[in-house]
Design a protein around this ligand. Structure first.
Ligand SMILES: NC(=O)c1ccc[n+]([C@@H]2O[C@H](COP(=O)([O-])OP(=O)(O)OC[C@H]3O[C@@H](n4cnc5c(N)ncnc54)[C@H](OP(=O)(O)O)[C@@H]3O)[C@@H](O)[C@H]2O)c1
Length: 325
């Protein structure tokens, strides 16, 4: 059977460009004993996977992606054939597989989804009900815990995690929700479509003054997807007892020389709690997160936004676009 795959042709230098990837037609045979053949219907573009494209990146559990091999990514698809001990033909699965039409999966990271649920669009499992939406949920309910009257600031607010985090912060009772983004157009969408009170365009000058204007009572929760120099600026505006769910560090992914905050003592003097977390390590809590996010969606309290490209071969373009804002 023919397969379309997108390979890592060369390691990106800085921000990925479409030419770092190559779409090829290959053939696929199998499954062998212990494997299932999965037809991927959706592939998500996740900024964090840029990490594993560098030489020597990753660790023993998840090593760097190999050159000339299909690019690792999260997918949703159906099991077409199975010789795997637990996967059954017809199972709907979300997994960490690859940018390819068909995958042979063995012991990969795979979650079997509810086959009977015909109401949930499949791509929700890669977005609002997937790793990104659940990261917003875990970061805010476990660490951020916004209270009534508090101000919540979210970086990469218009991204896949951020746009969900803003909506959840509002539902949890935050008085003011402010998003960081790189364009006024995206900022306006945060306000008109997603209920943000204000936005800060971090590419504009006078960032400190923008924070003072947008967060007149200081910052109680900073949901951070970005790290880097923005974190330094935010630390100058945190209130005593502020919480920082540290979800990701997009600012570091494309640079050989990440810049950290020079004012970490602000964390001490303001008794700030900064905590990282990994959503995929909380598998047992996926039903809780998905259940709550679905309930909010059913009540019309949060919504899903997607941006789609058609065809596996578009993955390289789509991934590059992610880093150009
Ligand atoms: N901890 C976990 O388990 C977990 C799970 C999923 C994702 N994550 C992390 O969560 C973060 C967000 O993921 P996502 O899927 O929402 O990403 P995304 O949709 O790709 O959003 C990335 C956005 O970040 C902004 N950005 C890029 N470079 C920036 C820079 N140097 N400074 C400030 N903003 C910058 C851009 O938005 P603007 O143009 O609007 O600025 C960009 O669109 C990532 O760091 C990811 O690795 C963590």
């Amino acid at each position: 059977m023919n397969n379309t795959q997108v390979l890592l042709k060369r390691r990106p230098m800085g921000a990925p460009v479409a030419e770092d990837f190559e779409a090829v037609t290959t053939t696929i045979t199998g499954p062998q004993d212990g494997e299932a053949l999965i037809k991927n219907e959706y592939i998500s573009m996740d900024a964090g996977f840029r990490n594993w494209m560098d030489e020597g990146a990753g660790d023993a559990v998840l090593p760097a992606m190999a050159l000339g091999q299909p690019v690792m990514g999260l997918t949703v698809g159906r099991v077409e054939e199975s010789r795997h001990p637990t996967l059954r033909k017809g199972d709907l699965v979300m997994g960490r597989l690859a940018w390819e039409q068909y995958s042979l999966a063995g012991d990969d990271f795979l979650v079997v989804l509810d086959n009977q649920d015909n109401d949930t669009p499949w791509h929700y499992h890669l977005g609002i009900l997937g790793d990104t939406g659940m990261s917003a949920y875990f970061g805010l309910t476990d660490i951020g815990r916004p209270q009534a009257g508090e101000t919540v600031v979210i970086s990469a607010a218009a991204g896949a995690v951020g746009y969900v985090a803003g909506q959840i912060a509002r539902l949890m009772g935050a008085e003011r929700v402010v998003g960081l983004t790189s364009s006024d157009a995206k900022g306006e969408r945060l306000k008109t479509e997603l209920g943000y009170d204000d936005f800060i365009n971090y590419r504009k000058p006078d960032l400190n003054q923008q924070f003072l204007n947008a967060c007149p009572k200081g910052i109680d929760v900073y949901f951070d997807n970005v790290g880097g120099p923005l974190l330094e600026t935010v630390l100058n505006h945190v209130n005593v007892g502020a919480r920082i769910p540290f979800c990701g560090a997009v600012a570091d992914y494309n640079t050989q020389h990440p810049q950290g905050p020079s004012n970490l003592f602000q964390i001490v003097t303001n008794s700030v709690r900064l905590q990282g977390f990994m959503t995929h390590l909380q598998l047992e809590r996926y039903p809780e997160a998905r259940g709550q996010l679905t309930a909010w969606m059913k009540k019309g309290q949060i919504k899903s936004i997607t941006h789609e490209y058609d065809g596996v071969a578009q993955c390289g373009h789509a991934f590059a676009d992610l880093f150009s804002g």
